[in-house]
Design a protein around this ligand. Structure first.
Ligand code: SF4
Length: 294
């Protein structure tokens, strides 16, 4: 707000505001942030679609059932809840297209058996499957198909928007113009699993509700390479070979967290974002006196 607007509210605010102690505030958030679910003791032994482009070290731990060393923060849980609400709204809108039936949250799995190899199992859940009604004649996007897989993504303005400098040179390609690699891979896995040739990747910008859609064709060769990569990670992990860290991160002095940036020999170095959000970061970087289970 402008300084004159600030003056107007300031006095009014100061006259009426109550200032609870941090302890009282914490009391409120303790209950607001309470999880609605009990923690599960399920140990994971298969892949998810979102693993397609994930760090191979964390995947090796995940697929051999190694427990996560880091839980989800309150902030992450709230981000997911907001994403769920946007997904719900998008699903409702997709039911309004005449001649197309929309099935939301459709689960499936890719299970491959080959001689002399452990089975490959990947579990996925596409945000929606759209199927043309028998009587409907009109094509969607001018494509002659009766089925689309839908993936909905709610993201912040960065990385949604394409950034240009003063000379109009692009310094950041936003998801509005080109999908994020992991989202592209996830949609490919969904299409492959369902045997569907076309998919819609629908982005919703959380900052301003702008939207962008990408209509994508199934790329079998690409998806099978993704699967092969995961399968190899699984085989190596089962043989006890956990890959080295593919990313760099910088623990703080007390080894309680990772720093976003650190000056190393006069240069500003960044911790890889994959490590910042990784469920195994304490184990990987030996933070918080992480000890291996006996
Ligand atoms: S902390 Fe980083 S390098 Fe280690 S497993 Fe996670 S993403 Fe990979």
């Amino acid at each position: 707000m402008k300084p004159e607007e600030f003056k107007e509210i300031e006095e009014l605010y100061e006259r009426n505001v109550m200032r609870p102690s941090t302890r009282d505030e914490n009391y409120l958030f303790k209950y607001l942030n309470e999880s609605e679910r009990l923690p599960s003791n399920k140990r994971r032994r298969y892949f998810y679609a979102s693993d397609a482009t994930r760090c191979e070290r964390s995947l090796a731990w995940a697929v051999t059932g190694v427990s996560k060393s880091n839980g989800l923060s309150d902030k992450s849980l709230k981000i997911f809840a907001l994403g769920d609400a946007i997904h719900e709204q998008l699903s409702k809108r997709y039911t309004k297209i005449p001649g197309w039936k929309f099935y939301e949250e459709h689960p499936g799995e890719i299970h491959i058996k080959k001689k002399d190899r452990d089975d490959f199992l990947l579990s996925y859940r596409v945000d929606g499957v759209m199927i043309r009604e028998d009587w409907a004649k009109k094509d969607l996007f001018g494509i002659d198909t009766d089925k689309f897989i839908c993936e909905f993504k709610s993201i912040a303005d960065f990385p949604y928007s394409t950034g240009r400098n003063r000379n109009k040179m692009v310094y950041w390609y936003g998801a509005q113009d080109i999908p994020k690699y992991d989202h592209f891979a996830q949609l490919q896995i969904g299409m492959y699993g369902e045997g569907v040739e076309y998919g819609i990747l629908h982005y919703h910008n959380k900052n301003n509700s702008e939207e962008a859609t990408h209509i994508i064709k199934l790329d079998v060769e690409y998806t099978e390479k993704l699967i092969e990569r995961l399968w190899k990670i699984q085989k190596e992990a089962n043989d006890g070979n956990i890959p080295d860290r593919p990313f760099m991160a910088y623990p703080n002095r007390t080894y309680t967290d990772l720093m976003k940036t650190k000056r190393v020999e006069g240069e500003s170095m960044k911790t890889a974002w994959q490590c910042m959000f990784c469920d195994w970061r304490d184990k990987c970087w030996k933070l918080n006196e992480f000890k291996e289970e006996e």
